[in-house]
Design a protein around this ligand. Structure first.
Ligand code: ATP
Length: 544
């Protein structure tokens, strides 16, 4: 059963060392996350798979790693200083500051055409504050999403040291166009790929790592002759879609959405969003845009840009003249892709029906939790939170034991944990879950944080331990991410590795000492086969 809520993914991610809330020892910092020991491996594997596919497996691509801090003029001429903003409105009654375009879309059932239309609706008192319901909203004002910082030892108080943390990696590629052309002797079409951090002071971050203020992008700028842009664009849309599918993402959870004319940036000819069916609904995974010659022209010396030192253009040998290439931009998020692969791989099922009386006891506990939530004073808990918890608890209670995985997903919910009886619900659910459910991350082995786990059948048998440790060392040297574990019984160790998506587990038993073979257990089929120790590296590499 796939995850029915993002909470299940958040809970697993925290419990098993994929992603932790940042700065938790000081109460955290809203919507910032740290990748733990397994999360960093998963995200690195996603980034490596991307780099392999878009740089190494092609002949028309180069890589780049540009600085995060850039000359402020980059952001002036890219248009970000003037336009990279979200419209905000203030509620005069309760002081909430929601995004005006979101308020409009939620209440009118469609996106606004422009800020003027939002403001007309505010003026006509057609929009309500989503928090308190008042219609006393201020006209929408732009809020720039770029983080400012100061370069140099002192803050001089003026703008002379002002710099921005880049809000996208793309501009680093555009301003290096000439360098790459000159040094790599490239002919059109060719592209440049880059992975790196980007920062946006998002007004409404959330949905776990889906939207954060600090994130990593995986971006490509592909330069083509004007006229060849449409075919190149389509081929990138197809290639990027196939990349997700080849790494195991289910095709039915992936769709291409053509941006409408109203949504398109003014310079873009066409843009297709790849969307993934996250537990919270279809949402953007990657945008693939035809940006025409806008960016290279914007950073070229011209009457509009007297600050640029030269022109970003290409000498076309056939036409014997300079041209400005068109740009196709497949722009993906490393964190979003990682989250999508996690969601897609998540599979939790009830493997054994618990005894009826235990299910009944748990149901009663869940319902008494719902009652306690309902009785909470609105001053102590917001009505929306109460309604969310009561609805979730009632739905889960009605569907137990099948809804046990969903209940476990709620275990770490901060609001639920404010209710005393939740501790009991949680304890009972975890006990039942431990005995009756199986969680498996069915990650493609290329993405799994750990490829092989090696266990000795008995940890107090030195010959078994020594052999298992030797296998770990050899497989790791052969390039397979391998761990050794002897901290539990074999069944428990299998369960733990299933939960983090390890495709292969190796058990060293007494027979291994006689015939130099071990058991290799497959995560997905749960089938076991005996393989010679010396053949392990080749056999496992063939499967990965
Ligand atoms: P959205 O509409 O979701 O805010 P966007 O259209 O602003 O995204 P782009 O500017 O096209 O996003 O950025 C390209 C990619 O970078 C996105 O498809 C997404 O994968 C990633 N990305 C953008 N903003 C964030 C963020 N705040 N947190 C995590 N990833 C992000």
């Amino acid at each position: 059963m796939p995850a029915s809520s993002l909470e299940q993914i958040v809970s697993l991610a925290k419990r098993r060392g994929f992603v932790f809330p940042s700065s938790a020892v000081y109460g955290g910092l809203g919507s910032t996350w740290d990748y733990g020991p397994l999360g960093v491996e998963l995200k690195n594997n996603v980034k490596r798979a991307w780099w392999r596919s878009v740089v190494y497996d092609r002949d028309d691509m180069e890589g780049l790693d540009a600085a995060i801090l850039m000359n402020r003029l980059v952001w002036k001429y890219s248009g970000h200083e003037a336009t990279f903003s979200d419209p905000m409105t203030d509620c005069r009654s309760c002081k909430a500051r929601p995004r005006a375009d979101h308020v409009f879309a939620a209440q009118k059932g469609r996106d606004p055409i422009n800020v003027a239309e939002i403001n007309a609706a505010i003026e006509a008192k057609e929009l309500k504050c989503p928090k308190c319901g008042a219609t006393d909203l201020t006209p929408a004002r732009p809020f720039n999403l770029m983080f400012k910082t100061t370069v140099g030892p002192v803050d001089t108080g003026d703008d002379s040291g002002l710099a921005y943390l880049r809000p996208e990696t793309a501009q680093g590629i555009f301003v290096n166009f000439g360098n790459i052309l000159d040094t790599m002797r490239r002919k059109l079409p060719f592209g440049v790929a880059q992975i790196g951090k980007a920062f946006r002071n998002e007004i409404t971050p959330g949905n776990f790592t889906f939207r954060t203020r600090e994130f990593e992008q995986m971006e490509i700028e592909y330069f083509v002759k004007p006229g060849e842009d449409e075919a190149a664009h389509q081929s990138w849309i197809d290639a990027r879609t196939q990349w997700y599918v080849d790494l195991g993402m289910r095709r039915e959870n992936l769709r291409q959405r053509e941006q409408t004319k109203d949504e398109l940036a003014h310079y873009a000819k066409r843009c297709v969003d790849l969307e993934y069916r996250f537990p919270m609904g279809w949402s953007e995974l990657e945008g693939i845009a035809n940006r025409t010659d806008y960016d290279l022209k914007a950073h070229s010396r011209s009457p509009e840009n007297p600050d640029a030192v030269g022109e970003l253009r290409y000498f076309d040998q056939e036409q014997k003249k300079h041209i400005v290439p068109y740009v196709i931009e497949p722009s993906a998020g490393a964190d979003r892709a990682t989250l999508a692969f996690l969601c897609d791989a998540y599979d939790e099922s009830l493997v054994k029906e618990p005894p009826a009386e235990e299910t009944a006891k748990l149901r009663e506990l869940v319902l008494s939790f719902a009652k306690s939530v309902d009785k909470r004073d609105p001053k102590q808990m917001e009505t929306a939170t109460k309604e969310r918890l009561v609805a979730a608890a009632e739905k889960i209670a009605a569907a137990l034991p099948g809804s046990l995985p969903e209940l476990l997903g709620l275990a770490d919910d901060a609001d639920a944990n404010r209710i005393e009886v939740w501790k009991k619900v949680r304890g009972a659910a975890e006990k039942l879950g431990e005995e009756h459910t199986r969680t498996v991350l069915r990650l493609n082995p290329k993405l799994s944080p750990i490829t092989v786990a090696v266990f000795p059948l008995k940890k107090n048998e030195p010959r078994l331990v020594e052999t298992a440790r030797g296998i770990k060392r050899d497989l790791q040297r052969a390039g397979l991410r391998t761990v050794y574990d002897d901290t539990g019984a074999i069944g428990k160790l299998y369960r733990r590795q299933d939960e983090v998506g390890t495709p292969f587990c190796i058990t060293v038993d007494f027979q291994s000492l006689d015939d130099q073979t071990v058991t290799v257990r497959d995560r997905d089929t749960m089938g076991q086969e005996r393989v010679g120790i010396t053949d392990l590296g080749a056999a496992l590499r063939a499967k990965v």
